[in-house]
Design a protein around this ligand. Sequence first.
Ligand code: OAD
Length: 255
Amino acid sequence: MDIDINPADLAASQLVAAASLLNRARRIVCLTGAGVSAESGIPTFRDAQTGLWARFDPLQLASQEGFALEPGLVWQWYMARLRTVERAQPNPGHLALAHLERRAPHFTLVTQNVDDLHERAGSHSALHLHGRIDRFHCNRCGFDHTLTAQERSAPEPPQCLACGDSVRPSVVWFGESLPGRILDHAWRAAERCDVILVVGTSGVVYPAAQLPLLAHQFGARIIEVNPERSTLADLLHVHLQGPAGVLLPALLAAL
Ligand code: OAD
């Protein structure tokens, strides 16, 4: 016998299931990726790049080798992305997560995003696993720099005031270690949480992608918000299939 399930009913029951898990949880971790900022107009990493930058592979630019080979190109690519971030506004998905942080007893927000849209939406505790695109430090001596608009729009990276080497954005590149204290904090929270909410990440970049697996290993339930099936598909308790800017406010309303 075939059973017809109305997709709208299925989506509604998934929302109810997710809300019930969140309502019962004492400790919640939320891991976000580029997908949460997509509706703010910031392209995700694995989306086709458009316009001027279409011929460059961001995964090659985001490395020490890429910077050594073509510092000007890497600098201009990041500064173009920073301008996009600065023009962008938090979307309803960011705002819903900030609300959730305020109403949950223990809420840890871990993001792979280098933008500050969670903070601008009102989240207080975002742990940036991959750093921040609006912060800068020397590539050799680590000295922190605040840059003028002119330095940011220069064709080459500015020189460090302390040692003369190149200044770079404070993001984590491929092959580099993640900031230790932030990673420890995120790992401890994942080990102790009851629910992990995974929003807008393809789950292919480690160690960030390990976080839901770790939480699951320690007994947490996994809720995912993503229009696509991700690498977590087999472990999910609830998949909210669709855009974060629509489904996170709907989830908040269902709590
Ligand atoms: P990806 O570009 O790999 O994946 C984006 C995910 O967001 C995909 O699974 C999409 O299906 C999903 N998505 C797209 N639009 C969405 C929407 N409106 N709502 C919800 N989900 C949506 O981005 P990340 O997983 O964040 O690392 O990539 C991880 C890391 O790889 C990045 O932090 C970056 C990158 O290289 C570094 O820079 C070190």
